[in-house]
Design a protein. Structure first.
Lengths: 499, 233
């Protein structure tokens, strides 16, 4: 309405200017075509200024309300008809009907969304929003479709299977349309399905061959590949982070549920499993470097480097590594049974899955992925020495962390001191890196890591509250001073390139 | 972001990127192809059809088998929304007498020897054999369970089939399903008081369930017969 009022006013004024000679008739034509003056008269049928302003508004509003009311009646009537005659319909007809609803809603949403990408006014934004909500509604319709098919065809789908199917359907649409919210919901539903699968037990039983068991046992790989693709399609850091967290958790639970069928007495399987759980996720994320991918973007032909997630993934890898080191720096961790925290992952104690070809193949795929990524990273010519150095240090640290389960013979003091020094070294290194390149995230990461280490050591070794309080005050003062110094310096960190 | 392309310089100019990289600037083109919608919709339809496919396959290709349930209380009919079919070989007591049970328990032992002898979710195959119809008037046309194996039995005779079952919390689930008593059936009952009387005063009798079994052991129920009434699934 405001746009039309503006157009009316502008047309009136432009006519006045043209009459007075302020603008030429060419300029009037330009204004007319730009703001589409003829559309003012288009829907009204009246040319007069006064009448069209008032009555036109009312006519528009009332016709809209009538149409909306009419279609609401039609919609409710159809739904009631479907509900009333539900039991009388044939099986196939119901499924086809629901599929038709699915197609309809998704197409409507897509059409609304697609037609209004360039959201310049509130109407287009609203249409975009309605389109997106219709696509979400379409996802619920898919879930209803699956439930009805389950009932009609007597399929006996378990709850886990229904969740997996709905999540897969949502994932397809989110991937193809770049719809972040739907992607997040699908990932969440995958997690829910996994949680149900592992707590229910049917999917983790000894020799099941149904498809959901296979999917759940290998879900970490699927989430890594699928979530990574989704993150690229939606250009969303949130999805990448969620994928990383989910991959780590699911990988840990899946690996901890494996066992070797005929027990070889020389290998202590628990240690190896814990070592693998610590080793693989940080390595995958550290070696992931998409700055070296040369991807020819179809939409933007000038951009050939796709540098979306390399910083994020390296940050995640360092976060994982530092949390492992933090855990290992506690002396009380080493004093209790150190592998017992693995039991938190493994809640199906009597029902471990024997390592068969597929699980091993899974692990091999992950290792191949790591080596491919590392090789890719090392092949890029610029900054190669620095990159090799960084990688050597970090991968070495990851291996040291992964060797922690094997160190049960060493005395507790030595292990605690060793990991504490490693943690301190990491904190100082990250802090120094942040200062040298004037980037905020490493700086604050290093500061928080050091402060956390100092306070937890003091908290662990003394019971003296005064000492703890003094430490906290000292750390807080140090953090504040460091922050003020860092932020206040004249070299702004937003404009320095990533080395 | 502009690219300076000159004939001599093959490498496109990578402009100095600000940190953090603005990755939310998705360049949606103004015309998204319809395929972006059609392909995921087709995939979704394919998903729904794919989960129904084994049932369709069994329905058309499978072998017809008649099973007999344990006797049911006719009063259940009038009250419930769904009727569970209670076969004798769902219970572990019946299974213990079959050959192959000990081997299965040895391979996949459960947590408790008495109540949960088999590991949770273990899948096994039950071999059923058609009774030899020496007497054509015999009412015993139900197939009997004769053996259990953990893999699909390789040497099945012509009059034998194998069905797949999962051990689940103390009993076995063969994925036959339950019979949903539709509201139309309730209405039919109410409009026919003679039928209700006949059902109520009848004694407990077993049901004959006709199923189709696929060559892989998958089951689809077809119809159910109580006395002389036949109900389709």
């Amino acid at each position: 309405m405001k746009l039309d009022k503006f157009r009316l006013a502008l047309r009136h004024e432009a006519q006045t200017w043209c009459d007075e000679g302020i603008i030429s008739s060419d300029q009037y034509q330009q204004l007319a075509s730009r703001y589409q003056f003829e559309q003012v008269d288009h829907g009204r049928g009246m040319g007069e200024l006064g009448k069209s302003t008032l009555l036109g508004v009312i006519r528009d509003a009332s016709s809209l309300w009538l149409i909306a009311l009419g279609s609401a009646f039609v919609g409710v009537g159809m739904i009631l008809f479907a509900i009333a005659s539900w039991n009388g319909l044939a099986h196939a007809f119901k499924v086809i009907l629901l599929l038709g609803v699915l197609f309809l809603i998704n197409s409507l949403g897509f059409w609304l969304w697609r037609g209004h990408f360039s959201a310049v006014n509130s109407l287009a934004l609203r249409r975009q929003f309605i389109g997106k909500s219709l696509i979400l509604l379409g996802w619920f319709v898919l879930a209803v479709n699956i439930l009805v098919s389950n009932q009609e065809f007597n399929l006996q789908l378990s709850q886990t299977q229904i969740f997996l199917l709905t999540a897969m359907g949502g994932f397809f649409i989110a991937f193809s349309l770049g719809f972040t919210f739907l992607g997040l919901l699908s990932l969440g539903l995958f997690t829910l399905a996994y949680w149900l699968g592992i707590s229910d037990g049917a999917e983790f039983a000894a020799n099941t061959t149904n498809w959901s068991a296979f999917l759940i046992q290998h879900l970490h790989l699927l989430i890594l590949v699928g979530g990574g693709g989704l993150a690229y399609s939606c250009r969303s850091r949130l999805i990448f982070t969620t994928t990383a967290i989910l991959f780590t958790w699911i990988f840990a639970v899946n690996i901890s549920n494996l066992t070797i069928s005929n027990n070889i007495p020389l290998i202590n399987l628990e240690m190896i499993k814990t070592g693998i759980i610590i080793l693989i996720p940080p390595t995958i994320f550290w070696s992931f470097d998409d700055a070296s991918f040369k991807i020819y973007n179809l939409y933007n032909p000038s951009a050939t480097r796709l540098n979306l997630f390399s910083n994020l993934s390296r940050t995640l890898a360092l976060l994982m590594l530092s949390s492992w080191f933090y855990l290992f720096s506690w002396q009380s961790f080493w004093q209790t049974q150190p592998l017992q925290f693995l039991q938190a992952f493994n809640n199906r104690q009597p029902n471990l899955i024997p390592v068969n070809l597929f699980n091993f193949f899974d692990l091999l795929i992950l290792l191949a992925l790591i080596s491919w990524q590392l090789w890719f990273r090392w092949c890029v010519q610029d900054n190669q020495q620095k990159r090799l150095g960084q990688d050597a240090v970090v991968v070495g640290l990851i291996f040291v962390a992964a060797s922690a389960p094997f160190l049960s013979r060493l005395p507790v003091d030595i292990k605690a001191i060793f990991f504490n020094s490693l943690l301190a070294g990491m904190g100082v290194a990250i802090l120094g890196y942040g200062i040298l390149s004037w980037r905020r995230l490493p700086f604050w990461g290093g500061v928080v890591l050091l402060a956390l280490q100092i306070t937890s050591r003091v908290g662990e070794y003394t019971n003296n509250l005064v000492a703890i309080a003094l430490t906290l005050i000292g750390c807080g003062l140090g953090m504040t001073l460091a922050g003020i110094w860092f932020e206040g310096s004249t070299r702004s960190m937003y404009y320095s390139p990533r080395p | 972001m502009t690219s300076k392309r000159s004939p001599s310089n093959k490498q496109p100019h990578i402009p100095h990127q600000k940190y953090p990289t603005n990755i939310q600037n998705k360049n949606y083109p103004y015309s998204w192809s319809m395929w972006r919608l059609i392909i995921p919709l087709c995939l979704q339809t394919g998903l729904i059809l794919a989960i129904a496919a084994p049932n369709m396959y069994t329905y058309f290709i499978g072998k017809t088998v008649v099973l007999q349930t344990n006797p049911i209380d006719p009063y259940d009919w009038l009250q419930a929304h769904s009727l569970e079919m209670d076969f004798p070989f769902i219970h572990t007591d019946t299974l213990k007498k079959l050959s192959g049970w000990k081997e299965l328990v040895r391979q996949y032992p459960g947590s408790d020897k008495l109540y949960y002898p088999l590991a949770e979710g273990t899948e096994f195959y039950l071999t059923l054999q058609q009774p030899t119809t020496a007497d054509p008037n015999s009412t015993n046309t139900a197939w009997q369970a004769i053996a259990i194996t953990s893999q699909f039995p390789t040497n099945l005779a012509v009059n034998q089939v194998a069905i797949k079952g999962y051990y689940n919390h103390g009993s076995v689930d063969y994925k036959i399903g339950v019979y949903r008593i539709l509201p139309t059936l309730h209405q039919q009952m109410q409009s026919n008081p003679m039928l209700v009387k006949k059902i109520r005063s009848g004694k407990t009798q077993p049901m004959l369930v006709t199923i189709k079994v696929s060559p892989q052991g998958h089951i689809v129920p077809i119809q159910m017969q109580v006395g002389d009434r036949i109900y389709r699934f």
